[in-house]
Design a protein around this ligand. Structure first.
Ligand SMILES: [Zn+2]
Length: 112
């Protein structure tokens, strides 16, 4: 298991690690006609992929379950029923988002 699945008890440490991986930019996917890219807006907060309400706070605080997000995408990630979620590639679910985040981080050289 890589450190990306380690549980964090210190949220400021989790924030620092994810912001470093994200380069301070929103990691939420934007679907184009042929490719999907990261949003890239300045990241202001962290968003859980599997929300703290569903998995419990303790199990949610992992690098692989958190993405850096702009304000707009932090809201949409926490509310999967929102319209914003339609910009995420099919099948529009948490698993797809988690896989996408893992893939882009790996491509950028982060062994999470
Ligand atoms: Zn964004």
């Amino acid at each position: 298991m890589s450190y990306g699945d380690d549980l964090y008890t210190d949220r400021s440490k989790l924030r620092a690690d994810v912001m470093e991986i994200a380069g301070g930019r929103c990691e939420h996917p934007i679907k184009g006609t042929t490719t999907t890219r990261k949003c890239g807006m300045p990241a202001l907060e962290l968003a859980h992929i599997e929300s703290i309400g569903m998995g419990g706070r303790a199990s949610a605080d992992r690098v692989n379950n958190v993405l850096a997000a702009c304000r707009r995408h932090a809201r949409s990630t926490d509310d999967l029923s929102s319209m914003e979620w339609e910009s995420v590639p099919p099948p529009h679910d948490q698993k797809a988002l988690a896989e996408w985040i893992r893939e882009v981080r790996m491509m950028e050289g982060w062994a999470v």
